[in-house]
Design a protein around this ligand. Structure first.
Ligand SMILES: O=C(O)CCC(=O)C(=O)O
Ligand SMILES: [Fe+2]
Length: 323
């Protein structure tokens, strides 16, 4: 139980339905056993990843006052730059040793959700760097398509309509994030982690990590196992909403990042999350008399806001002001 499977998803892009079913079955087994897996055979080219990393390095190396022009704590819809220690993923430990850039679906001020003041809706706040906006908006769309392809395979595995998730992912709240973990020094508190232990909040996460290493996943025995860099892959993990939908058939597995000593680390997770009003309740095939629903129904927005408030002090203040 100590190594995560690597699944070739290229058949999901071909016409052969029995090959789709085979991939769906492999994903199902990995999600049940670990809630974590790697995918290869996806359509995101290596040049895209290099372009994103190069733009991100330039941004994170710029002066703090420049980065704070798009300070995430100045928005209520969670877009822009998060400085070091903005997040505390494990409440028992010091704040996380990382800085972040977050973007989501770019909705103009005239969009009804924005006019109505709906949470997590609004425009992206990109750095003023040449080519950044086009590159990142294109990537956001491509990652959304990749996540939908994976969700179609999951729908097959769960034996629900194949477009169950497609319908719920129109105008999604999915988020794309770039994370820079500055090098951990021997002088750094041993308790301070790059990202404290947590589960992800959404449906599935599609993560690029660079070769620095440091991601760890908790196995069913509670032991931390390494999820090392594997060239050309993304790490996929199940988030809380999918665990709730599937009544824990798929596990929202705790993970953390122990940044390597003396090395900068970059990662880029895409958090696939449906339309904010989506009801997340136990799916029909996931409960029976001996296995009743474990979680009350919630909505995507309600769930995310409750988790954000637990992770960010500034969000708790925002919620308090909104009441
Ligand atoms: O940086 C990583 O490898 C993982 C980050 C992560 O778990 C998260 O942002 O939710
Ligand atoms: Fe995570």
């Amino acid at each position: 139980m100590n190594s995560l499977p690597i699944i070739d998803i290229s058949p999901l892009y071909g016409p052969d339905e029995s090959a789709w079913a085979d991939v769906a079955q492999q994903i199902d087994a990995a999600c049940r056993d670990f809630g974590f897996l790697y995918i290869k055979g996806h359509p995101i080219p290596a040049e895209r990843i290099e372009a994103l990393l190069s733009a991100a390095r330039t941004f994170f190396e710029s002066p703090l006052e420049e980065k704070l022009k798009i300070d995430i704590t100045q928005t209520s819809h969670h877009r822009g730059y998060g400085a070091i220690a903005t997040e505390q993923l494990d409440p028992a430990l010091p704040s996380d040793l990382k800085e972040t850039f977050d973007m989501g679906l770019d909705l103009p001020a005239s969009h009804p959700d924005v006019l109505a003041g709906k949470p997590l809706r609004g425009t992206n706040r990109h750095p003023q760097q040449d080519g950044w906006r086009e590159l990142f908006e294109q990537h956001y769309n491509d990652m959304q398509d990749l996540a939908k392809t994976l969700l179609r395979a999951i729908a097959m595995a769960l034996d629900i309509e194949r477009d169950f998730f497609d319908k719920r992912f129109e105008q999604p709240v999915s988020a794309f994030r770039v994370i820079h973990y500055p090098p951990r020094q021997t002088a750094t508190s041993p308790d301070q982690q790059g990202a404290g232990a947590h589960t992800d909040y959404g449906c599935v996460t599609v993560l690029y990590q660079d070769p620095a290493g440091g991601l760890q996943v908790q196995n069913v025995n509670g032991e931390w196992i390494d999820a090392p860099y594997v060239e050309g892959t993304f790490v996929i993990n199940i988030g809380d909403m999918m665990a709730r939908w599937s009544n824990d058939r798929y596990k929202s597995t705790p993970h953390r990042v122990i940044s390597p000593l003396g090395v900068h680390r970059y990662s880029m997770p895409f958090f696939a999350e449906p339309h904010p009003d989506t009801v997340v309740a136990c799916l029909p095939n996931c409960s029976d008399a001996s296995n009743p629903p474990k979680y009350p129904a919630t909505t995507c927005a309600e769930w995310l806001l409750s988790r954000f408030a637990a992770t960010y002090a500034y969000r708790r203040e925002l919620e308090a002001e909104a009441v």
